[in-house]
Design a protein around this ligand. Sequence first.
Ligand SMILES: [Zn+2]
Length: 251
Amino acid sequence: MIHDEKSGETAAVDTPCATTYQAELQKRNWKLSHIFNTHHHWDHTGGNNDLKSIYGELTILGPKVEENKIPSINVSLAQGDEITLGQNSIQILDVGGHTTGHIAYYFPNQNKVFCGDALFALGCGKMFEGTPQQFWTSLQRLRDLPDETTVYCAHEYTMGNAKFAKSVEPNNLELMERVQEIESLRKQNLPTVPSNLGLEKRTNPFLRVDVSQKFVRMLISKMEMMTRLLLERYEVQRIILEDEDFTIRYF
Ligand SMILES: [Zn+2]
């Protein structure tokens, strides 16, 4: 939930069910005024109608492309739209791919993005409806946000994602360190969400599709250069390159 102290406006970001929100709102003495839906899936919109019947007239926002699938929606949004919650301005980003119309809510002044199932810690959502090109454009759009952005994704899938990330970039030291931290947090039953976008850019394979290819190419060209040097200067006869840990043996 997002709460603006001055105006008292309070938004639920997606609504898997009404009861958890109701309990939390009561505990904090907040009154729900908005629902920010990121996409139409039931585990993100299933509580819309119940919350509306409890709290009366709510401003329920969601992607225009999916307006027919989102219960009680009354404000439809698309890329470039700007909305407010109290004094806070919020930019709408089209991050379609997981679903066709998926949007993210970006708070530029607070450096926060609520991205639903478009981007996860060390992963991204399954491509149920969009195309690879669309999804990649969306991920690049999220990657273009500043490093200091805090990423609020919708699921705690980080441990599973970490296994895949390690298989893609086994030599990314920062990724290995991050996975250790994640394992330690999950052992204590602590969340790994929200995460930091700078860290995602350096460790999430889905934000590194082009970067890691560039890195591998750079590494290969460095190895070729070293190989040439060894052959020329030290009259080395034979060189074995082991790509597992990038060691070079020569005879
Ligand atoms: Zn979803």
